[in-house]
Design a binder for this molecule. Structure first.
Ligand code: R7I
Ligand code: MG
Ligand code: MG
Ligand code: MG
Length: 354
């Protein structure tokens, strides 16, 4: 039904924003034993209807997602040069949003070359191997939502939007995994409980298609091309494990919590799936809040892992599951809801061709 899909568009973009804004103050943190209590109080306070504080500011994650949404809304035929210009314009108008250290170079080169070849600067990153930062994945939600009934086109657009800044196979496949996770969550009925293991296995089947490589490929000596299938196996292993005091440390050790795509996208998916049931020291019955709060509790790249986990949770649950008090703490939340509605209504009348 279309009102449910509309609510899921809103939920996903809002989830992405809330994760970014609420996670940002903790970015780079190392987890310590008292953190869970501090986080519980932080969320309780933010969710209190009487609480009035300054907006939590969004970072590069949302800044770049805005551009991806605008690229889709303004031009139904994908125009990647337009997107490259939006990314650069956004960066130069507000450079202090906590962008990745290296991606900045791409924006400068794009501008200096007058956007002549929009894919060239990204290929030159890291001495030609391209970035595997999570910058492609963190901004992908609008693509997963808008193209949800054309899987092939969705994947193609996801790759092409990512390649403007990230050409390393791990950066690209990380964005694809985040995209198909949001997509899969969007197609789930929020009235039905998610079985985390089933959800994970289904994602892995799709990842096996996407990471399929030529058997004769000589480059892949270290298993890079199957990195995400391997990580999803670990996600499944961790979900099946009985709780113990060291579990979260094991999660960080085995899945990661840093800015590399392959050390954060599977972690975000794990957070979402783990949050389908109670988590010790997180006192809330709300799955959305539990997802974000747990993601932040892992430390490291908190804004981005919470942003990605939030986008998936919001796509599953829809807007109604998200506390409006929590949303109202975030800079730009009204604009994000408007963006979601525009994205939704842009689909009407547009034929989804392959
Ligand atoms: O991926 P990117 O846009 O950064 C996103 C992250 C998110 O956490 C945001 O919240 C923000 O804090 O940054 O930007 P890049 O600069 O392309 O990549 C981010 C970082 O990943 C780089 O600065 C490197 O430290 C690391 N990195 C690499 N290191 C070595 N070799 C990315 N690719 C490589 C690599 O190939
Ligand atoms: Mg950020
Ligand atoms: Mg940062
Ligand atoms: Mg980050």
């Amino acid at each position: 039904e279309s009102s449910l899909v509309k609510s899921k568009f809103r939920g996903s973009l809002l989830g992405s924003l809330i994760g970014d804004c609420l996670g940002a103050p903790f970015e780079g943190d190392v987890v310590t034993s008292g953190d869970k209590i501090i986080l519980q109080k932080y969320f309780d306070k933010l969710q209190d209807s009487n609480f009035k504080g300054p907006y939590k500011q969004y970072t590069d994650d949302t800044a770049m997602m805005k551009s991806v949404a605008k690229f889709i809304i303004d031009k139904p035929e994908p125009d990647y040069k337009f997107l490259a210009k939006l990314f650069a314009t956004e960066y130069f108008s507000e450079p202090k949003r906590g962008y990745g250290q290296n991606v900045i170079e791409v924006f400068h080169k794009l501008k200096n070359s007058k956007f002549e070849n929009i894919y060239k600067p990204a290929t030159e990153q890291f001495f030609g191997s391209g970035s595997y930062g999570n910058g492609g994945a963190m901004r992908i939600a609008p693509v997963a939502l808008f193209f949800h009934d054309n899987y092939k086109l969705m994947l193609e657009v996801a790759i092409n939007t990512t390649k403007i800044t990230h050409t390393n196979i791990l950066g690209i496949n990380g964005a694809l995994l985040q995209c198909i996770a949001i997509h899969q969550a969007l197609l789930m009925d929020p009235e039905n409980k998610i079985d985390p293991i089933v959800f994970c296995k289904k994602l892995n089947e799709k990842m096996k298609e996407l990471e399929k490589v030529d058997e004769d490929d000589e480059y892949d000596l270290d298993g890079t091309s199957k990195a995400y299938q391997d990580s999803l196996e670990i996600v499944e292993y961790l979900l099946e494990k009985e709780y113990n005091d060291g579990l979260d440390e094991e999660v960080i050790e085995k899945l990661g919590n840093d800015i590399r795509a392959h050390k954060s996208v599977p972690t975000a998916i794990y957070c979402f799936l783990r949050a389908q049931s109670e988590i010790p020291k997180i006192d809330t019955s709300n799955i959305f809040r539990r997802t974000i709060q747990y993601a932040i509790s892992l430390g490291g790249d908190t804004d981005t892992i919470a942003c990605m986990a939030g986008a998936i949770a919001g796509a599953y649950l829809g807007e109604d599951a998200i506390s409006p008090y929590l949303a109202k703490q975030c800079e730009f939340y009204k604009e994000v809801l408007e963006m979601a509605d525009n994205l939704f209504s842009s689909r009407e009348g547009v034929s989804m061709k392959c």
